[in-house]
Design a protein around this ligand. Structure first.
Ligand SMILES: [Zn+2]
Length: 488
């Protein structure tokens, strides 16, 4: 039995309703930069949870000290070096934070184990590591172990050098919660989702400290560096359709990035305050409904676009402006205006022009197995395609109320409104109903370089994934009014 691994299970939707919910949006002025980044992206609307937007290579500092830690079975590889530095670093963090925030000393881990899932058969008090592609905290021997053979190199090659620090900081989070016990609402029968959300949150607290340049080992930029973190958390999400109440549940990507961001923004006390009740109230992870066909993915055709249009009209009727028509005329481009295929908002005639064939490709079900093995799934799911269209529709609403549509704030406000619409689609009786896995399809889209969900009318999006995901989540969890106040 493994406790507290970073991964839950190895692994992979909208249907009809609509809510009476009417999203309001008021006219607003815009602030924030309008410059363009090297990939056509925009600088953020201001800051990352109060920290400046920074760009530099994230990873170990050139003058990082050598960690003074005993590690069983280490092989001196780059992945061991990164993992051991992350453990040493996060332990330093906790030796500062535990007395400050919780009035107790941090006791270092009793043992550390590096292994390769390809070949090693080491034993721990939690069982053998044979073939175990994971990292975990084992309470009986107070140890942290990690797979340097498959998991860590794969994450590093795909996302960069901060990926293993995310994994190890998460495991340290479990060690901390065992030390805090009831101070962190942890009892013997605490459900795994509570432990996992807290561990992601504690990892966020540690990353904040690194981003503030308090670490001797690591440095992380708030743009590309935190993008690595977001992408790593996305990959290690649970399989769509998992129940949050299942033993071993870790959360959707939406839930995992949320917990991380709470720790980053509010600190470890907020993490320790997470409990079964408040997590249950907001967790998005749930099984597929009985009526969901396939994995909840709808086939994109004229009929479903009609339902989508109705869902958007209903959701945004509170704005009091005509919602754009959605049309295949123009095939995703906007003659005489700016084209952002596969969907463009044409301000001249208030329409959203879509390329049905391209969007249908995007709407193919996510292949979580392929994504895990090769880093690539052909489709991103129906909700990714719906979100792209919804984002262009939201552009029309924003223009209608006199908000700007061509800068970083407009991009973030758009992601926020897509989140608010997704929430409206999650209530019983909605025209288009959100199914399990849908929110993660929106996040997958948000993390891809060509995504429109957080893009302004010209297709430019803010460059950091942290802000993009936060904007979507705020709209979903709070309300559409936060979209105009936050990104005004
Ligand atoms: Zn865990």
């Amino acid at each position: 039995m493994i406790q507290g691994g970073v991964l839950g299970f190895r692994r992979p939707a909208l249907i009809a309703v609509v809510a009476v919910l009417a999203l309001g949006l008021s006219a607003c002025s815009d602030k924030g930069g309008t410059g363009t980044g090297k990939d056509g992206s925009q600088p953020g609307a201001g800051d990352i949870a109060g920290l400046p937007v920074t760009h530099f290579e994230s990873g170990l500092k050139p003058d990082a000290p050598k960690p003074d830690l005993q590690v069983r079975n280490e092989d001196g590889s780059e992945d061991d070096t990164l993992a051991i530095a992350a453990i040493a670093d996060a332990q330093t963090y906790w030796s500062e934070v535990m007395p400050r925030d919780f009035g107790q000393q941090y006791e270092p881990l009793k043992s550390l184990l590096s292994y390769s899932a390809r070949s090693d058969t080491e034993e721990t008090e939690c069982g053998s590591v044979k073939g175990l592609v994971n990292a975990f905290y084992c309470p009986p021997d107070d140890s942290v172990a990690w797979d340097r053979g498959v998991l860590l190199p794969m994450l590093r090659e795909r996302f960069g050098k901060m990926a293993s620090a995310v994994v190890l900081a998460h495991e340290l989070g479990h060690a901390v919660q065992y030390r805090l016990g009831e101070k962190a609402n942890i009892k013997k029968n605490t459900p795994s989702i509570v432990k996992e959300q807290q561990a992601d949150c504690f990892a966020g607290g540690y990353f904040r400290w690194v981003a503030e340049d308090k670490s001797k080992f690591y440095r992380v930029s708030t743009s590309e560096g935190l993008n690595q973190v977001m992408a790593s958390l996305f990959l290690i999400r649970d399989q769509a359709g998992t129940s949050a109440t299942k033993q071993g549940a870790h959360g959707t990507a939406f839930d995992r990035t949320y917990a991380f961001q709470v720790g980053f923004e509010k600190g470890p006390k907020e993490c320790a305050a997470m409990n079964e009740e408040n997590i249950k109230a907001r967790i998005t992870e749930r099984p597929f409904d009985k009526g969901d066909k396939g994995k909840g993915d709808s086939k994109l055709d004229a009929q479903i676009i009609g339902i989508l249009k109705k869902s958007l009209d209903d959701a945004f009727k509170g704005a009091g402006v005509p919602g754009p028509e959605i049309t295949e005329d123009g095939n995703g481009s906007c003659p005489g205006g700016v084209s952002t295929p596969p969907a463009s908002y044409c301000a001249s005639n208030n329409t959203v022009s879509i390329d049905m064939a391209k969007l249908r490709e995007l709407a193919q079900p996510v292949d979580q197995q392929a994504e895990w093995e090769s880093g690539h799934s052909e489709g991103k799911g129906d909700f990714a395609a719906f979100s792209e269209i919804a984002s262009r529709y939201a552009m029309g609403i924003q223009k209608g109320v006199g908000a700007s549509i061509d800068n970083a704030n407009a991009g973030l406000r758009t992601a926020c409104l897509v989140g608010a619409w997704a929430k409206a689609s999650s209530v019983p009786g909605a025209t288009l109903r959100l199914s399990a896995g849908d929110l993660d399809e929106a996040i997958s889209d948000l993390l891809s370089p060509e995504s429109l969900v957080s893009a302004d009318v010209n297709g430019k999006r803010v460059e950091n994934g942290f802000e993009r995901i936060e904007a979507l989540r705020k709209g979903y969890l709070e309300s559409s009014s936060v979209c105009s106040t936050q990104y005004g």
